[in-house]
Design a protein around this ligand. Structure first.
Ligand code: CTP
Ligand code: ZN
Length: 158
């Protein structure tokens, strides 16, 4: 890499979370999920877009100045942008890496697209989807039994 290409990169961090391998353009979606969670409102966040990547060609990445990202937020991200890598940095070293895959059972995180589904008619009934295929590309609503592409479903905003 030439020196001139280095200038705009976000510096390495001493302590924090890096959300890596986000397909270019999807960083903003991950950011949107993060901002929806109350506990993230005061966290220092940096978004990098269109970084060069061997795996993806171009990628986005996000750095968070915090030492712990809750499993709920990781799960939420995995539903909207599957396959990102969550890296925890401690004392400048990447301490752990986890690839965020969508779970086989998705409770109360997505909205069913069927307007007549009981989860949309009764506010106290939480949505519940189960995976149809191994890759978790399609999911089925437990209540109305309709099948949807995972990427077509909107996240639940409380
Ligand atoms: N990173 C950081 N601060 C550190 C260490 C790493 O901000 N102290 C960031 C780097 O900027 C990089 C990302 O974490 O964007 C990935 O680091 P690492 O896992 O070491 O990189 P690779 O080995 O290239 O990762 P992979 O093979 O998973 O693509
Ligand atoms: Zn339904």
């Amino acid at each position: 890499m030439k020196d001139s290409e280095n200038v705009m990169l976000i510096p390495k961090i001493k302590l924090g979370i890096v959300i890596d391998h986000i397909p270019a353009g999807d960083g903003i979606k991950v950011l949107e999920i993060i901002t929806r969670h109350e506990e993230m409102h005061e966290v220092v966040v940096s978004l990098g877009q269109n970084y060069k990547s061997k795996k993806l060609g171009r990628k986005d990445l996000i750095k968070l100045q915090m030492d712990y990202l809750s499993p709920e937020i990781i799960q939420h991200i995995s539903l909207v942008v599957p396959g990102v890598t969550i890296k925890a940095v401690k004392n400048y070293d990447v301490h752990s890496k986890v690839v965020a895959h969508p779970p086989k059972e998705i409770k109360n995180l997505l909205v069913c697209k069927n307007p007549n589904c009981v989860t949309n008619l009764e506010s106290h009934i939480e949505s519940y989807f189960t995976a149809v295929d191994k890759e978790i590309k399609t999911v089925k609503c437990y209540y109305c039994e309709r099948v949807f592409e995972l990427h077509a479903l909107e996240p639940n905003v409380d």
